[in-house]
Design a binder for this molecule. Sequence first.
Ligand SMILES: NC(=O)c1ccc[n+]([C@@H]2O[C@H](COP(=O)([O-])OP(=O)(O)OC[C@H]3O[C@@H](n4cnc5c(N)ncnc54)[C@H](OP(=O)(O)O)[C@@H]3O)[C@@H](O)[C@H]2O)c1
Length: 341
Amino acid sequence: MPDKKNRRILFSRLMVGEPKEEDFELIEESMPEPGDGEMLLRNLYVSIDPGSRGRLSGRDSYVPAKPLGEVMDTQSVSEVVVSKHPDYRFGEIVAGYHGWQDYAISDGKRLERVDPGLGPISTAVGVFGLPGLTAYIGIRKLLKVGTGETVLISSAAGAVGSIAGQIAKIDGAHIVGIAGGQEKCAFSKKVYGFDQMIDYKSESNMSEALTRACPKGVDVYFDNVGGEILNAAVANMRRFGRILICGQVADYNLEPEQRTGLRDVSAFIGKRLDMRGFVVLDHSEFFDEARKVMADWIKGKQLTYREHIVEGLENAPRAFCGLFRGENFGRGLVHVADPST
Ligand SMILES: NC(=O)c1ccc[n+]([C@@H]2O[C@H](COP(=O)([O-])OP(=O)(O)OC[C@H]3O[C@@H](n4cnc5c(N)ncnc54)[C@H](OP(=O)(O)O)[C@@H]3O)[C@@H](O)[C@H]2O)c1
């Protein structure tokens, strides 16, 4: 493929506030060539992750700040097109972190073979990738949700929240979701089985809305957004309630001094609350179990997932900016190419 070009989308300007398409730059380079022990990958799907935002302001988050001029290294599903690596051969489908570009070189590190028996290859970075694993490990391993508990989930129509809600329901919980807009709320009730949904965009007082939806209080809060919704959840927690801080998407575009923060820390004493943060990558010992169990649930029609697939690598920046306006409805992905074999 000597005359082919490699399109790459670089992070080109430190972000202030909402991400803008101009914070990225599309460039064309010549095709990279794999050396000994390496392979050339062609990206098929790349992910659009709200969590990337934390690295794009020049500050470290749980991963170091991303330097300007680097390609956006989100999750990817790729095909091996040239292999000089002893363990991989032409045509294999792999998942890694090769991000917003047509082609990438891999030395095989941080790369997994995609199991085609689990589902369509896009699910390797969806329900069987970080979002699904986050939901499974959060609900089953960390929160250990039990029968009859009231579980509240924010960004409930999203990639993580929709799976977390369904798993809590399988485990016998009463599930209440929060999402933006009537369409997402109606779909989440009908398809994901949420017992109640709250459209936070049409509520002027989230604490009162939560009290109406959860009159006996909340046992477990799976927090994907932070901000005022977290404060409203704390006000509605029952004694010995558990809060899992999974994501803070309402805060990602704010400078640290602009963030709402937790208002009523005393409630943690009075109600004996537990709150913990987690990063799914710390719990890789559960990945195989999670994938197997979720695949069985999908086959048994107990679990379903939704993907929001944008066509064309060049549209990745627009899709990323849209996440923060709730424009994705399901797992945010970009379809870059089809497998050649
Ligand atoms: N801890 C971990 O290891 C880990 C791993 C993966 C993901 N995460 C986190 O999990 C969360 C969900 O990720 P995801 O991939 O499933 O994304 P997602 O929920 O599919 O997409 C993001 C959603 O956030 C909502 N949102 C955007 N701005 C908001 C705001 N200001 N207030 C309230 N909601 C807002 C929008 O939904 P609405 O239309 O409903 O507003 C949007 O669709 C993210 O915070 C992510 O960083 C954490």
